[in-house]
Design a protein around this ligand. Structure first.
Ligand code: ATP
Length: 794
């Protein structure tokens, strides 16, 4: 059992503003527990006689200032917890802080750079690396991902549901068994055999979280997320299994907790505030007060799920994320105070070992059978059912071989079954009597038996021969048919393998086809992984249902999407990642080629060594001298070259493995960004289409006029078709964040925009009458209009 208090760490979010200057200082001198001092700016508005405290000091296990990167956070905070989980203890890492202070960045990571990977992907990578090293133990890893919003749990990994809102996700409920163990009903557990599989699950959950969020419930801000890694391990042959859980928790923004008193009107506030955080604080307060008999875990889902992590069987760590700017001082102080209370909580982590029930059942069944046999033998109790003919025959054979065995020590072993023992005695008696009466061997009596048989008649022989001939013919026909079928199948196989190899070539995977023969320095699973990479993008299939929207788009909508995408801030990130991906891919390709070369070289060197060795042996035989026990100089040289090549191979292979992980991560990041982009486009599209349907009277008529220059003539011609409102709409085609500075500037003024648009003849666009298709056409025209406008301003 390991007893320890919850470890608390602080992380200060970097900022470019000078606002942080003089607001805080870190005292690293106090080596064991460094302290963070938050200094309140002296506010003259409070008067000259001001008794307000000016500084607050908080102690933490370690404080990570603005310069700390994700690697440092993992090494110092997450790695020790992951290690204890691998050893069989439960672990939890909680990120707590106000909105925007960097909780999600710390736990999951940033969406832009590979180096921004947070605690979850790094921990997964570390755990799988360690599991691979320990091949003597059988490990299984499962993943679950739970989101708690307004006291309701949602399964972020359910593959059966297409989530477009939070309510689409399966609801998770809490069940408590008589031993007060908590069970989460409807929370799916997914086995992940490799790091890639686990990462795919993380991205699937994050994508579901993103898709399900609405402006009212910005997921990461107002909900908690618990990503759990479940590990079980068992030594081969042992009946004990170790289970350990690692919760990685991204809590909701904490800023409102401080403003919500315990006596607040909870029922009313439930609509607005995050109750779970409020109850979490209550549990923490109760745990930090000595001699408190009742801890109110059951008040909220969050505290029920994390029950073990708070004052229970777990090694828990909390990261207080701080955005230390002038306007956030109150929130930062309240986060630090919360952390100080958390630091008082003691946990007692125990090894979670249990007997594997399946193995235990088998063991007990065997034991019961043995005891039954023993009992039957001792009590002489007989079983009632009759032995089968086969069993009787078997026993008789045993008796015969026992009698024939010349070894005086040989034993007749028929077990403890009294029926068998009796039969053996009967048979022995029979054999003895037969010998006495006939005095002839069994063989001769058998011959006699045959002699006694009536000879078969000639016509019966003929009949049997005919049937035999007929069967022979049938068999020949069937064999021929089989041969033909087999040939067809082989041809088909050949064709399909040709197709497959063509496909593979066209994908031009940069990864080599595995270890060279006989090179045992890398685990065989690595080889499989490398081969797997040739099917790049398989992860995308996981997210495919999320990105599949695009395929269903109409042409107009697709073009509007292209325009939308071009001006979207995220497209730069996607582009950047694409470039990095390209670089990594070509690096991987080059590396793959070098690996292949090295592999061939290793093969050649091995060949040369064998030949050299053979020559030496042959020489020894020819000269009739003893073969030297140590290799000659040339062979030595070849061997050291071989070692060098093997080392190079290993280095390159390790790099290639790392590249593979990075490439997959980048692909998933891009997938995620694409899903986000599409989601925002869908929202924009719906808004535009709806406003068009509402605002444009032309929607109900059969023709719609393209936006046209506002010349007096044209206005006269079609005054009723373009209302003032739709003119305004036409200007705000793209939502502000996606507009270029020029277009934003332009929209804010009511300059004679239309005058600067190239004059185009007014023409009519036929509408179909189908509202969906028509709104597609209209939005497309708007998007096009937007480009023209932008071009005019460039
Ligand atoms: N240490 C850091 N280094 C670089 N950028 C950071 C860091 N911490 C946070 N950020 C950036 O600050 C922004 C807000 O961070 P994040 O979303 O992680 O905050 P949060 O506390 O999870 O907020 P919320 O409660 O809304 O979920 C993000 O754009 C993130 O990339």
């Amino acid at each position: 059992m390991v007893k320890q208090t919850i470890q608390i760490f602080a992380r200060v979010k970097p900022t470019v503003r000078k606002q942080q200057q003089g607001i805080y200082s870190i005292d690293e001198d106090e080596k064991l527990t460094p302290s963070l001092e938050i200094i309140l700016p002296r506010d003259l508005a409070d008067g000259f006689v001001n008794n307000k405290r000016e500084s607050y000091k908080f102690k933490f296990q370690k404080i990570f200032d603005q310069g700390a990167n994700q690697e440092m956070i993992f090494e110092n905070i997450a790695k020790p917890v992951a290690e204890s989980v691998l050893a069989g203890y439960n672990g939890t890492i909680l990120a707590y802080g106000q909105t925007g202070s960097g909780k999600t960045f710390t736990i999951t990571g940033g969406a832009e750079r590979y180096s921004d990977r947070g605690i979850i992907p790094r921990t997964l990578s570390y755990i799988f690396e360690q599991l691979q090293k320990d091949s003597s133990t059988i490990h299984t890893t499962h993943i679950s991902y739970l989101e708690i919003y307004n006291e309701c749990g949602y399964d972020l990994l359910d593959p059966r549901h297409e989530a477009s809102s939070l309510e689409d996700l399966p609801k998770v409920t809490i069940l408590e068994d008589p031993d007060q163990n908590i069970h989460l009903k409807n929370l799916s557990l997914h086995q992940a055999a490799t790091e890639e599989e686990a990462l795919n699950l993380l991205f699937l959950g994050d994508t579901n979280r993103m898709i399900a969020e609405t402006p009212m419930n910005q997921a990461s801000t107002r909900s908690h997320c618990i990503f759990t890694i479940h590990l079980s391990s068992k030594e081969p042959g042992s009946v004990t299994v170790r289970h350990a859980k690692l919760h990685l928790v991204d809590l909701a923004g904490s800023e409102r907790v401080a403003k919500t008193g315990v006596g607040g009107q909870l029922l009313t506030e439930a609509k607005y505030i995050n109750l779970s955080l409020h109850y979490l604080e209550q549990v923490i307060i109760a745990l930090s007060e000595k001699h408190r008999a009742h801890i109110p875990y059951r008040n909220s889902m969050m505290t029920s799920v994390l029950r073990d992590s708070l004052g229970g069987n777990c090694m828990t760590t909390m990261i207080a994320t701080l955005s230390l700017e002038k306007r956030n001082i109150d929130e930062s102080i309240s986060t630090c105070r919360f952390a100080q209370r958390v630091a008082l909580i003691k946990n007692e982590a125990v090894l979670n070992e249990e007997i594997d029930p399946k193995l235990m059942i088998i063991r007990l069944q065997k034991e019961i059978q043995e005891l039954k046999d023993e009992l039957a033998l001792v009590t002489g109790e007989q079983r009632t059912e009759v032995l089968t003919d086969a069993e009787l025959l078997q026993l008789e054979k045993l008796v015969s071989s026992f009698l024939e065995d010349q070894d005086p020590e040989s034993r007749l072993a028929v077990g403890t079954d009294m029926r068998k023992i009796h039969h053996c005695f009967h048979h022995l008696k029979k054999l003895l009597n037969d010998k006495k009466i006939h005095g002839k061997s069994t063989v001769s009596s058998e011959i006699k038996d045959q002699d006694c048989q009536e000879p078969l008649k000639e016509e019966e022989y003929q009949k049997l021969r005919d049937i035999l001939q007929q069967r022979d013919n049938e068999i020949n026909i069937l064999v021929n048919m089989l041969k033909k079928e087999k040939k067809k199948a082989q041809d088909a196989l050949h064709l399909s393998s040709m197709d497959r190899s063509e496909c593979r070539h066209s994908q031009s995977s940069p990864f080599p086809p595995g270890n060279p023969e006989g090179l045992r320095m890398l685990p065989s699973s690595t080889t499989t992984q490398v081969q797997d990479v040739s099917t790049f993008g398989y992860q995308s299939s996981l997210l495919h249902r999320k990105t599949g929207m695009r395929e269903e788009m109409s042409l107009g909508r697709q073009e509007a999407f292209e325009i939308f995408k071009r001006d979207h801030a995220d497209s730069i990130t996607i582009e950047d990642n694409k470039q990095i991906l390209k670089q990594r891919f070509s690096e991987a390709k080059a590396l793959g080629e070098s690996i292949n070369e090295t592999r061939n070289k290793i093969g050649r060197l091995k060949e040369e060594i064998t030949q050299r060795h053979m020559q030496q042996v042959a020489l020894g035989i020819a000269e009739n001298t003893a073969v030297p026990s140590i290799p000659d100089l040339l062979e030595e040289k070849l061997r050291s070259q071989l070692e060098e090549e093997k080392r190079r191979y290993k280095v390159m292979f390790t790099r290639l493995k790392a590249l593979k992980v990075e490439i997959e991560h980048l692909q998933l990041l891009m997938d995620k960004a694409k899903v986000k982009l599409q989601k925002e486009f869908e929202a924009w599209w719906t808004e535009e289409a709806t406003s068009l349907q509402v605002n444009s009277p032309a929607m109900n008529s059969l023709t719609y006029m393209k936006p046209f220059p506002q010349t007096p003539e044209s206005q006269q011609e079609r005054p009723q078709l373009v209302s003032n409102k739709s003119k305004v709409n036409a200007r705000k085609i793209l939502p502000l964040p996606y507009q270029t500075p020029q277009s934003r500037e332009h929209n804010s003024t009511s300059s004679p925009l239309e005058d600067s648009i190239p004059k185009r003849p007014a023409s009519s666009v036929p509408l179909t009458g189908d509202s969906q298709t028509d709104s597609d056409i209209l939005a497309f025209i708007k998007a096009r209009q937007s480009i023209l406008q932008k071009k005019c301003f460039q």
